[in-house]
Design a protein around this ligand. Structure first.
Ligand SMILES: [Zn+2]
Length: 537
């Protein structure tokens, strides 16, 4: 039955021939037929909104804002939402660049989220297959977080149009992943009750493939924490015996942790940067700060390693006659995605299928992979992935604070195909495709899937019930969510302010102007796909 429905839906949603397909009898019984009709219509509306999708993708790319400083993004996105009848609350959870937008009333309450922040030093010209920063040293969208809001907004507007006409009850919430690269806000949103009363969260994230999974995916959870040591300043040559060095404490702590790694579970990941190592060599540093990410596969193991790190800091303070304070900067619970919603979304992924890539898109992708010295030159993917299921062997990797959301409300992450396989993560290469037709088409395909899954939830109360049954009886039956942050931990909103202050004026010269240019590539004068730098010797 499911297969028949999927086949019908594939026939309906993939063809550009939507009008003809709509007239054909649909070979399924009961509500699914009507539902399939609505999904088909949502896909058509999303298709009609491709221009909006492209403008959002390109605009956020051009703003190039780092976590906690997404103010142009906030201004631009919330204006679109307000113009479309959403009620917008700004600065939620004490995070000035955050917002919360709602429309509609009653159940189900469906909350769509996606990250918006960029990566330091990842400035890169889009649509070209060579290294060229737009602004040397500036931030850029080196993860492709410029694309997810376009997916969610386009989907939300399409479904809203249908809900209004059909008089369907339900509430749509649109929220941003602020400072995801610091994994520093979603646990705060959850702590502050932002997901109370929400029936389902559909989260979207850029990828080079089209996929969804349930259970725990590849990757870790983490605690992000800064330790600041306090010592005593002294003339480093005149009377060094009067000083106690905070930097010594930081260095001893780091050395100890590097020894400790040998005796930790090999799936852990931990890394640090010294944020403040003192001012100048001839002054014994009275203050020094080191910033750690402690990652592990389970919440208990994260807590255990965090306790070890804490003891390491205590040891370093003892050895140096210094004192210290600590601050939680970010937190991400290991993720767990909802099975019934993932299965429903997967049927929609299959129905929508991969975007139709042009010859130019494939030429770009292959040249990009050659430039990145990929093992295989495969071009853009043309098949959707299988439904992701829990891994037999847990696999370590990155984290996302959507984990905290996933322990508060049934949640899935849609990975939509807006980027090219072969890029390096958290790196300028991940920005190269992110304001090209590849990113635009991937976002449109993603929006069709989000819209169809929203309609699944709106039209089938049984899906919402099944999602909560899984959440209560399976996901949380033997594991209780105990947040890594306390009631008093504050979001680290000062992060990245200095960097953005340095680059904002230069970035402004590159902001996309949709009133003058059809696309951002046109504004930049890029002949997509541009494989050679015209300015190179
Ligand atoms: Zn991300």
């Amino acid at each position: 039955m499911k297969r028949i429905l999927a086949t019908v839906a594939i026939a309906l949603l993939t063809g550009c021939n939507l009008a003809r397909a709509q007239d054909e009898p649909i070979d399924v019984e009961g509500p699914p037929a009507e539902l399939t009709g609505l999904k088909l219509e949502a896909a058509r509306i999303v298709g009609d909104k491709q221009k909006l999708t492209q403008e959002i993708v390109d605009s956020l790319f051009s703003f190039s804002e780092l976590g906690f400083q997404e103010f142009e993004t906030q201004r631009y996105i919330t204006e679109i939402l307000e113009n479309n009848g959403f009620t917008v609350e700004q600065g939620v959870s004490g995070i000035p660049s955050a917002w919360w937008a709602t429309w509609g009333s009653g159940k189900p309450v469906i909350a769509l989220g996606s990250d918006v922040d960029g990566i330091p030093k990842a400035s890169q010209m889009p649509g070209v297959t060579y290294r060229k920063p737009m602004i040397e040293g500036a931030p850029g969208h080196g993860e492709g977080h410029n694309s997810g809001q376009a997916v969610n907004i386009t989907a939300a507007l399409a479904v809203k149009e249908i809900m209004e006409r059909e008089n369907l009850p339900g509430t749509i919430v649109l929220w941003p992943g602020i400072a995801e690269e610091l994994v520093a806000t979603k646990a705060w949103f959850a702590r502050d009750g932002r997901y109370d009363g929400v029936d389902a969260v559909l989260f979207t994230h850029v990828s080079d493939s089209f996929s969804v999974s349930w259970g725990q995916p590849t990757g870790t959870g983490l605690v992000s924490v800064e330790y600041t040591f306090d010592g005593t300043a002294a003339h480093a040559a005149g009377d060094p015996w009067k000083g106690t060095s905070a930097l010594d404490a930081v260095e001893l702590m780091d050395v100890a942790w590097n020894f400790r790694r040998e005796h930790l579970n090999p799936l852990q990941r931990s890394h640090y940067v010294i944020v403040d190592g003192g001012d100048q060599p001839n002054v014994v540093p009275s203050k020094a700060t080191v910033w750690y990410f402690i990652r592990e596969m389970t919440a208990d193991n994260i807590r255990e390693n965090f306790a070890k790190l804490q003891r390491t800091a205590e040891g370093a303070a003892l050895m140096t006659d210094t004192t210290f304070t600590r601050r939680i900067v970010g937190a991400a619970y290991p993720r767990h995605f909802n099975k019934p919603i993932a299965e429903a979304m997967y049927d929609n992924i299959r129905a929508v299928g991969m975007p139709e890539w042009s010859e130019d898109d494939q030429v770009f992708a292959k040249a990009f992979q050659e430039f990145m010295e990929a093992d295989e030159i495969t071009g853009l993917k043309t098949e959707v992935e299988d439904l992701g299921v829990p891994l037999e062997e847990p696999k370590s990797g990155g984290s996302d604070d959507i984990g905290d959301v996933s322990w508060n409300v049934p949640t899935v992450t849609l990975r939509f195909p807006s980027n090219v396989d072969g890029s390096t993560g958290h790196h300028w290469s991940s920005a190269m495709a992110m304001a090209t037709p590849i990113a635009h088409k991937g976002a449109t395909a993603g929006a069709k899937v989000v819209a169809a899954t929203m309609l699944d939830l709106i039209e089938q109360e049984s899906l919402v019930d099944a999602a909560w049954t899984y959440f209560r009886d399976e996901q949380t039956a033997n594991e209780t969510y105990v947040p890594f942050i306390s009631d008093t931990d504050k979001p680290a909103i000062e992060k990245n302010a200095a960097i953005m202050a340095m680059y904002k004026d230069k970035l402004r010269e590159f902001y996309y102007d949709p009133s003058k240019y059809d696309t951002y590539l046109e504004q930049l004068g890029i002949e997509y796909p541009q494989l050679k730098d015209p300015d190179a010797e």
